[in-house]
Design a protein around this ligand. Structure first.
Ligand SMILES: Cc1cc2nc3c(=O)[nH]c(=O)nc-3n(C[C@H](O)[C@H](O)[C@H](O)COP(=O)(O)OP(=O)(O)OC[C@H]3O[C@@H](n4cnc5c(N)ncnc54)[C@H](O)[C@@H]3O)c2cc1C
Length: 388
């Protein structure tokens, strides 16, 4: 039965993945479908900054806040000025992205933007039911980007690390930064037997985003991030006079536990909830764009949102799992791993490898650039957890 509460598509969560999906739908004839987007927050603040490297232009090129072609890598015994060419490292601010798409949505009467909290999603024979704000909505297809508590239960064999970070946007009175050059990873900070680095992204001579990032099992106390950031600014940048004008904090799962791409035939998981976060790096933004674009293309051409991935491409899951096993089981220091990668490979190969765009022969060269024994062990663990 078609009622007012029936929709062709329901999108739960209006963050990066939900808004990307609706944006890509709006570029096709499917923009005329009856669509419901449910998001609990108003999205008036810049809650995150997305950075990524790419060669081509993405659909949100006009929103790119800053871009860099030169970046630095530092570890305790190695430093390199990275030539990113042919890539550019780009930054998009969450708030610009939310406002851009939400403004476009407002012009579409068939798209309902509901501010409510989704309580649950239930499967039905030809669709799904979504309960939000005390009401129940029926959708032919539901695209879910919400990670519900209890959904993510890693088994013992899975590596489950957290990428947690705190960033400060600092401003200086005097010109201090070079906005043409950024720091991709600085491992010279105390490692505390896990993986810790800082990145510095200057957007003008007075302003930079400085972010302290950790890959580990547990979060730190709130103070610990601030102390680490203060130390870094003082001891590595020799910066004492500055104002912190904005703060961001985030936690991203880094796990080889497979996220369910679908909850049922008509409930498709998207975004981090759909496993789009790259397990070994946490980069997600561009992967979400590719995935939501491909889903929409399949809906246009085949009438349903099917994902196709070549089996051969799945080798990258093994590489991610191997690196997580190496880090999680402390088989080799992550600082050492990244140092070997950047020391022994052209930076372009490293970036394409992390983008899952290398040939098998190039992957052999990447494997050859890191210590063999810990990675063989890590790969064995990765295979065993898959088999058993
Ligand atoms: C601070 C931060 C910085 C990041 N930086 C980068 C980066 O530089 N590069 C990169 O590639 N990736 C980055 N990521 C990782 C990833 O790109 C982002 O997390 C991205 O936002 C994931 O998109 P998503 O749609 O899966 O989740 P989200 O963008 O978090 O969207 C989920 C949405 O669901 C809403 N929601 C949650 N529960 C409910 C509910 N019950 N009812 C209704 N709505 C609900 C939330 O409010 C949110 O808007 C970062 C993540 C964070 C947290």
């Amino acid at each position: 039965m078609v009622t007012e509460k029936h929709f062709d598509y329901i999108i739960t969560g209006g963050g990066c993945a939900g808004l990307s999906l609706v944006y890509h739908l709006m570029q096709t004839p499917l923009k005329n479908k009856k669509i419901l987007l449910i998001e609990k927050d108003v999205k008036r603040h810049n809650d995150r900054t997305w950075c990524f490297w790419e060669q081509e232009k993405n659909p949100f090129e006009s929103l790119v806040y800053h871009r860099w072609q030169q970046m630095y890598f530092y570890s305790h015994d190695f430093a390199k000025k990275l030539n990113l060419s042919p890539f550019t490292y780009k930054m998009i601010r969450g708030i610009d992205f939310y406002q851009h798409i939400n403004q476009q949505l407002a012009a579409h009467k068939n798209i309902t933007h509901l501010q409510a909290s989704v309580e649950h999603i239930r499967t039905m024979p030809d669709g799904a039911l979504v309960k939000a704000g005390g009401q129940t909505y029926q959708g032919d297809w539901v695209f879910n980007s919400i990670r519900f508590a209890g959904d993510e239960k890693p088994s013992k064999a899975d590596q489950h690390l957290l990428q947690h970070f705190k960033g400060w946007v600092v401003k200086t009175e005097q010109p201090f930064f070079n906005p043409e050059e950024a720091v991709l990873m600085d491992f010279r900070v105390e490692q505390h037997h896990d993986c810790r680095f800082v990145y510095v992204l200057p957007t003008d001579a007075h302003t930079a985003l400085v972010e302290y990032t950790i890959f580990s099992e547990e979060l730190l106390s709130t103070d610990a991030y601030d102390v680490a950031l203060t130390n870094y600014l003082e001891h590595f940048l020799s910066l004492r006079n500055y104002h912190v004008v904005h703060k961001e904090f985030g936690v991203i799962p880094m796990t080889d536990r497979p996220f369910a791409a679908q909850q049922s035939p008509h409930i498709i998981n998207i975004g981090t909830a759909g496993g789009l976060t790259k397990p070994s790096t946490g980069y997600t933004f561009l992967r979400i764009q590719k995935d939501t674009q491909a889903l929409v293309q399949a809906m246009v051409s085949q009438g349903k949102p099917v994902r196709s991935q070549q089996k051969w491409h799945k080798r990258f899951d093994i590489y991610d799992s191997t690196l997580l096993q190496v880090m999680g089981r402390r088989l080799y220091s992550p600082e050492g791993v990244f140092t070997h990668l950047f020391k022994n490979n052209p930076e372009e190969r490293v970036l394409r490898f992390l983008d899952e765009a290398t040939s098998f022969w190039e992957e052999v060269k990447v494997a050859h650039s890191v210590p063999v024994s810990p990675f063989m062990q890590g790969m064995l663990y990765a295979f065993f957890r898959r088999i058993f």
